[in-house]
Unconditional design. Structure first.
Length: 167
């Protein structure tokens, strides 16, 4: 009786584990070949990052719609040192990003609704499909050329200034 109960509990646990793994599993799909005609170009807006007592100036594209956010920086071959893309969300949520069809490495910064940086992922490689992001809700994500965070000494707790944050 004890053995059957233990076996039944083990099978239930195994089913739960396999079910949760299956929910996160994605079928393999190779990335698309580079197609610059699929890259989007959104209007540039001013943005500053206050880090280490200095203010660093950028021009960023703001991906506001779901479609713009889905495309992001896909199919680009370069991103100037003072450029980036900002992804605002109306309601804070747990955000995870990947690099499908993204041909340039990026630094990713995640911010609260006041622009304070809460999580940084540096040098995320092109085509890497592992989800990147914090396990806590944030209101926005910023993508900059890889190496920007290290070059400017940007840290968690620094502040991004942009109209979406009202700062």
């Amino acid at each position: 009786m004890f053995t059957r109960r233990l076996l039944l509990k083990s099978l239930v646990c195994l089913a739960l584990v396999l079910g949760s793994v299956g929910a996160y599993a994605q079928p393999f799909r190779p990335h698309e070949p580079l197609d610059p005609s699929k890259a989007q170009s959104l209007p540039l807006t001013p943005m500053d990052i206050e880090a280490g007592g200095k203010v660093h100036h950028f021009k960023v594209e703001v991906a506001q719609t779901q479609e713009e956010q889905h495309i992001g920086l896909m199919h680009r071959t370069e991103l100037a040192a003072d450029r980036g893309m900002l992804f605002p969300y109306e309601v804070p949520e747990v955000l995870k990003f990947w690099m499908r069809n993204t041909f340039i490495p990026l630094d990713m910064l995640f911010m609260r609704d006041d622009g304070v940086i809460t999580y940084i992922a540096e040098n995320v490689q092109a085509h890497d499909e592992r989800p990147v992001g914090p396990d806590t809700p944030v209101s926005a994500q910023l993508e900059l050329p890889a190496g920007t965070v290290a070059r400017l000494g940007i840290k968690v707790g620094d502040t991004v200034h942009h109209t979406i944050f009202g700062n």
